[in-house]
Design a binder for this molecule. Structure first.
Ligand SMILES: CC(C)(COP(=O)(O)OP(=O)(O)OC[C@H]1O[C@@H](n2cnc3c(N)ncnc32)[C@H](O)[C@@H]1OP(=O)(O)O)[C@@H](O)C(=O)NCCC(=O)NCCS
Length: 152
């Protein structure tokens, strides 16, 4: 049975492995142990028999904006609705925080379109969004797409 729950400190190694496997292929940004431990309270996971098979996080940017980040589902578990469920949990959390707008920076346009997100011009995003981009290996040549969902 697949269980969806908040991440624990003991999940960090597996989350790191899952994300960085995709990061090696250029599909996601790499994470360090340090950033994962510091941000662990932002993460939810999907687990089967205590093995982490999916993860995602909600990062609050400002009073009206949050970002879905670090979304990943183990390759052998893809196309079973796990990614959708993780996003739905993160969106529910955003609703509970009364956050009206969620964005993501992604290559997975079709996946996020299925979940109601729409493509926006990156230039329209507030400057605050780019605060952490300076640490990204791709900076300043970001080729990810910005997508937004309004919850109100
Ligand atoms: C993107 C990712 C998280 C999707 O997870 P998943 O569990 O395979 O997706 P789901 O099975 O929940 O799919 C949800 C919906 O999106 C659709 N979908 C998923 N991936 C799709 C794709 N690449 N193209 C078109 N549609 C897609 C599914 O058909 C499904 O539609 P439905 O609910 O109407 O049937 C997963 O493919 C992944 O980990 N990719 C590699 C890492 C990555 O790129 N992460 C995104 C970083 S922002």
């Amino acid at each position: 049975m697949i269980v969806y729950r908040r991440a624990r400190l003991s999940d960090v190694e597996e989350i790191l492995k899952l994300i960085n496997k995709y990061a090696e292929k250029g599909l996601m940004l790499p994470r360090t142990r340090s950033t994962l431990y510091e941000g662990v309270r932002e993460f939810v996971v999907a687990a089967e028999n205590d093995q982490i098979i999916g993860t995602g996080s909600l990062h609050i940017v400002w009073d009206n904006l949050a970002e879905i980040r670090a979304l990943a589902v183990d390759q052998s578990y893809q196309s079973q609705g796990i990614g959708r469920k993780l996003v739905e949990i993160l969106l529910q959390e955003a609703l509970e925080l009364h956050c009206p707008q969620i964005f993501t920076l992604t290559y997975q346009l079709e996946f996020f379109r299925h979940l109601g997100f729409t493509l926006v011009d990156k230039e329209q995003m507030p400057q605050k969004v780019w605060k952490e981009c300076i640490n990204c290996i791709k900076f300043p040549n970001c080729d990810e797409n910005a997508m937004i969902l309004n919850l109100e």
